[in-house]
Design a protein around this ligand. Structure first.
Ligand SMILES: Cc1cc2nc3c(=O)[nH]c(=O)nc-3n(C[C@H](O)[C@H](O)[C@H](O)COP(=O)(O)O)c2cc1C
Length: 385
């Protein structure tokens, strides 16, 4: 990869579309039903405009942020994404290493296929995102595994009690559990680089079909082609606030709720003593018609005490997008697909380039905005229409 060929996240998206089989790109890129929320996430940025200040002196700029006493080099991180093994052999290690090298948070999805204990050895400091089942025994064992792995931040996704209606996956013949079909075979033949670099390498190097080995305390997990005992979603639809209250007692680390859209859910997180929330609609991949993430952010920020960490994801593609969220009170912005496009195109180097591009855009726009410290951004720098 000649990294200077890629000037923006959009360049990576175009290249990822070319290298990935249609069904895999569709899985990453797609939304649900009519993709209203997917589109709304992007459109919301046009409703927030900057009001730059001049003559401030912007020669020395910083975009470092601090969260729970930890310093991060940029105000953005990598959102949890499941089944990334479809995009790149050992993709999670590429994402985790690139994040650790750049000093940004990486959230490991529970639906990942490299054991968290291995990732801790190559890139410690990742956060873990769980699809937590409504079963205290299973949760207790998972928490013990996370403690043993020195995970400090547990992200609980609350917008996925059941699977969503992703018609594009059905049309492309893409299912989880993964099933081979003639359509998929043809897709692979049309993408020989992917068939060699991802499919063949995974089977040859790992000598097995990737396994979901981080869902629970069971380190063996189950193959991505298997329907596990108790069903793929393992009773997630039983999870409710009582489980979170119990987890707060049982888990001494940070707990963050991901998928918060309603201010009252954020209020409840504060009351329960949880450590933060991520305003998110799962990148438009769950409830179609849900409000855009950027549009939902101000109400959530207003519902919690000043300084309580409200993070956000969904549709962020530019440094300027990130600055708009920071001006609206976000403590951190997460990006999903852009990071996966980087990994699909060029592994760790591709993710590093995406991070560099976004970091450079944040830096340049801080100067043009007349706000040399990202932590000083507030509503005075924007207008909402
Ligand atoms: C391929 C893919 C897989 C995802 N898997 C998960 C997951 O396992 N857990 C989760 O909480 N969110 C998951 N998400 C949602 C992301 O964490 C995040 O909310 C979303 O991607 C943000 O939108 P963006 O892709 O526009 O940046 C996934 C998103 C994508 C694109």
């Amino acid at each position: 990869m000649r990294s200077d060929e890629f000037l923006s996240v959009a360049d990576f998206e175009r290249r990822a579309q070319a290298v990935l089989p249609r069904c895999v790109f569709g899985y990453v890129n797609g939304g649900t039903e009519d993709c209203l929320t997917l589109a709304a996430n992007r459109a919301a940025f046009a409703d927030v405009q900057f009001r730059p200040r001049g003559l401030v002196g912007v020669a020395a700029r910083t975009q470092a942020v601090r969260l729970w006493g930890r310093d991060y080099a940029h105000p953005f991180g990598i959102a949890p994404m499941g089944v990334t093994a479809m995009c790149r052999h050992r993709c999670e290690a590429d994402l985790a290493r690139a994040a650790a090298a750049a000093g940004i948070p990486f959230v490991l999805s529970g639906l990942s296929t490299q054991p968290m204990e291995q990732l801790r050895d190559v890139a410690p400091g990742f956060w873990y995102q769980g699809y937590i089942p409504g079963d205290r025994d299973v949760i207790a064992q998972l928490l013990q595994r996370l403690r043993d792995c020195a995970v400090e931040v547990l992200v609980v996704t609350i917008d996925t009690p059941i699977g969503a209606n992703r018609e594009n996956n059905q049309r492309n013949g893409f299912t989880i559990p993964f099933r081979f079909s003639s359509r998929l075979l043809w897709d692979g033949i049309c993408h020989p680089r992917w068939s060699l670099d991802v499919f063949a390498r995974t089977l040859l190097a790992d000598r097995q079909i990737p396994r979901f080995c981080n869902v629970t305390a069971d380190t063996r997990g189950y193959a991505i082609t298997e329907e596990p005992q108790g069903g793929f979603r393992q009773g997630r639809d039983r999870l409710d606030w009582s489980h979170l209250a119990w987890m707060r007692e049982a888990w001494p680390g940070r707990i963050v709720l991901k998928g918060v859209a309603h201010p009252q859910d954020a209020e409840r997180a504060v009351q329960l003593g949880l450590d933060g929330v991520i305003v998110s609609n799962h990148g438009g991949r769950q409830l179609d018609g849900a409000q855009a993430a950027l549009a939902a952010l101000p109400q959530v920020v207003a519902a919690v005490p000043a300084g309580y960490p409200v993070m956000v994801d969904g549709g962020f593609r530019r440094g300027s997008d990130i600055l708009k969220a920071m001006a609206l009170g976000a403590a951190m912005v997460f990006l999903g697909r852009p990071m996966l496009y980087g990994a699909a195109v060029a592994g760790q180097e591709g993710v590093a380039r995406v991070i560099d591009i976004l970091g450079a855009e944040v830096d340049r726009n801080l100067a043009l905005l007349g706000c040399p410290d990202v932590n000083d951004l507030d509503e005075a720098f924007i207008i909402r229409s």
